[in-house]
Design a protein around this ligand. Sequence first.
Ligand SMILES: NC(=O)c1ccc[n+]([C@@H]2O[C@H](COP(=O)([O-])OP(=O)(O)OC[C@H]3O[C@@H](n4cnc5c(N)ncnc54)[C@H](OP(=O)(O)O)[C@@H]3O)[C@@H](O)[C@H]2O)c1
Length: 276
Amino acid sequence: MQQILGTGLSGLVGSKFLELSKEKFECKNLDLTMGVDILNEKQVMQAVEASNADTIIHMAAFTDVTKAFEETGNKDGVTYRVNVLGTRNIVKAAKAFDKYLVHISTAYVFDGNKESPYIETDERHPIEWYGQTKAWAEEEVEQGNGRFSVLRIDRPYRLDTFSKLDLLHKVMEKLKTNSLPPQFSDTSWTPTSIETFSQWLMQIVQGKPQGIFHTTTEQLFSDYTFALWVKEQYKLDGEVKEGSLTEYLQTNNRPYQRNTALDTQKIRTWLLSMTE
Ligand SMILES: NC(=O)c1ccc[n+]([C@@H]2O[C@H](COP(=O)([O-])OP(=O)(O)OC[C@H]3O[C@@H](n4cnc5c(N)ncnc54)[C@H](OP(=O)(O)O)[C@@H]3O)[C@@H](O)[C@H]2O)c1
């Protein structure tokens, strides 16, 4: 069986990938239980050198956007250290031992001001600390000069319930108790089905394309239309009220990306080429 090294495979996205890929890949997660702290360059180097895997899937990140915001500008904080320095160590090890690196990133590398879905060549321009650290992480990957793909996702959700609730399950819970706050109708985004993403990731690990790819679904939602969709899909009684991000931002200084929709044409073309 093909061997894979991973980081963050115990998280929301990674644990589903592990489950769905277990017939195909033997995945080893580099974490503290394996004696590897991704912030420790020596430990990462030793673990990667000792492995026969030809690919590293790097999902580990500090993903709490609100806590990250509280660390804005702090390069000693956990957000910067995990997302940037952790990635730097993984990039160095992948390059040193010639492993193909799959780095998972986010639509929050963009500012959200574009009027249409972002394409891979659009310039990174983050507006909050989590997005900033993930943008720097992408630069680490690109400047590492190795074999890599950067897969950008947005609002990942899975069908089963995970310990960290995804957006789908957060909306479901609130609808069940009829306590969903007004949902912005002036936002635009493309969610990521973790099940579909995992299938694509299996193909990416095998085909090893080079560069940045947007790997969300194609369907555009606003917070409001997504909540309506969840209500209908799961036949829930709770009310979905319409809200406005523009109005919300007049009372709140926190940066908020209005548009994080990603154009997925590039990955779809590549996936199609793999089946020909
Ligand atoms: N969730 C989202 O809304 C979202 C949106 C866009 C992109 N992404 C990206 O998708 C990827 C996966 O996200 P996720 O939501 O699945 O993450 P998650 O559920 O928050 O899990 C984070 C993972 O990173 C690991 N990790 C954190 N700090 C670490 C460290 N210092 N050393 C080693 N491992 C560490 C955690 O391991 P432990 O459990 O052992 O701490 C966990 O497995 C991330 O790169 C994230 O930036 C997520």
